[in-house]
Design a protein around this ligand. Structure first.
Ligand code: NAD
Length: 353
């Protein structure tokens, strides 16, 4: 697959960012949204490579962590824009991981009925997933992404150099989404990724990044508002999200991608049980993920608890539990109803690995 969306810019020196700002926003007030880590590690990188158009940009700093995707922080950011007299020509640059791109995209989409924004993802997860596809949002009362918009940035700048300062555990969290995209795409990308023994930042070349992103883009273009086919991107996520919630606040809290890795394996048990997925392929995926995420595989879960969480999740949308299940690399079936017995039997198999 090839990326089609021309607003993705793969450029290490950011000269095109400078040109874009010069040509379209030279008289606009410019803002850069960062969290503490991207403030400390990534603004410097922009500075070093001389984006002169951003020299006078106002910095909007929020605490790092999912907690900043909140109504309180959103209000404080709208107020900050107002206090700087930002008008509709203002532009917001989101420099950070998925938290920053989700939050900033939402702020920009709603302030004065929408100002332009530009994404510069700095985590692997944001590069391959969060900053792609036009979903923005914040959490409400503990429910993720409850308030948000579908809205595209003016441009997304992708530069793998930012990964150098990303902690390895965060890198591996994004890697699970890389793997998911490879599973969705086709056998050849899957086999290529499957051969990698230990994923490292060096593996993420611009070329590989382009191919991984193209998988999501292609799906999103066919169903931008998630009416149907886009749900294939939820592979590993129905159970993954339940796993993430189940361990929240415990000593074994998982990052999103780590929970997705478990989710893929557990959902694959369900897929095999439903005669969708071949036993050998399932085992190969399981062994690969186990070698990459050994600590995740040490965790045991309770099927009942995960079913409850998955059901509570669905209460918000009045639906039964539905999963996107793998048939083979390159082929995912979405909207498959899954019941508590399916989940409990899959969890038993997971606990026995
Ligand atoms: N909009 C979508 O389609 C979509 C899709 C998937 C995930 N998401 C959202 O993305 C978020 C998760 O994204 P994430 O994993 O990037 O989380 P994150 O933004 O919280 O980043 C993870 C950690 O890495 C740090 N970090 C980021 N880049 C860094 C760098 N270059 N150097 C050093 N530290 C760096 C951050 O400060 C943070 O501590 C969640 O809120 C999730 O809901 C959105």
């Amino acid at each position: 697959m090839q990326a089609k969306n021309s607003n993705l810019i793969f450029n290490k020196d950011f000269s095109q960012l400078n040109t874009l700002l010069e040509e379209n926003y030279s008289d606009s007030i410019k803002f850069i949204l960062v969290d503490q880590n991207t403030h400390d590690h990534c603004i410097l990188t922009l500075d070093q490579i001389g984006v002169s158009q951003l020299e006078d940009a106002e910095i909007l700093l929020v605490p790092d962590g999912e907690g900043s995707k909140s109504p309180e922080i959103a209000i404080s950011l709208w107020q900050a824009l107002m206090s700087h007299n930002a008008d509709r020509h203002a532009v917001l640059i989101n420099l950070g991981g998925g938290m920053v791109t989700d939050l900033g995209g939402f702020i920009a989409s709603t302030y004065k009925r929408g100002i332009d924004f530009i994404n510069i993802p700095t985590s692997l997860l944001a590069m391959v997933d969060a900053s792609i596809g036009g979903k923005t949002g914040i959490n409400l009362d503990g429910v993720k992404n409850q308030v948000g918009t579908f809205n595209d940035p003016v441009a997304t700048f992708l530069n793998t150099d930012f990964l150098q300062t990303l902690p390895q555990r965060e890198f591996m969290s994004g890697w699970a989404e890389v793997y998911k995209h490879a599973l969705i795409d086709n056998v050849s990308l899957f086999e290529e990724i499957q051969k990698i023994e230990s994923p490292s930042k060096e593996v993420i070349t611009t070329d590989l990044l382009k191919r991984i992103i193209a998988v999501k883009q292609q799906v999103v273009q066919s169903d931008p508002f998630e009416k149907g086919e886009r749900q294939i991107l939820n592979l590993g996520h129905t159970i993954g999200h339940a796993v993430e919630t189940a361990v929240l606040g415990s000593d074994h809290e998982l990052l999103h991608g780590e929970a997705v890795a478990a989710g893929i394996v557990i959902e694959n048990f369900i897929a095999e049980e439903k005669n969708l997925l071949d036993n050998n392929i399932r085992k190969n995926i399981q062994e690969k993920l186990k070698s990459w995420y050994p600590d995740v595989f040490k965790l045991e879960f309770r099927g009942e608890a995960l079913t409850e969480i998955a059901l509570a999740d669905k209460k918000n949308t009045n639906q039964n539990i539905r999963c996107s299940l793998l048939e083979e690399p390159g082929k995912v079936k979405w909207g498959i109803e899954v019941n508590s017995e399916d989940i409990e039997s899959a969890i038993k198999q997971w606990n026995a690995i």
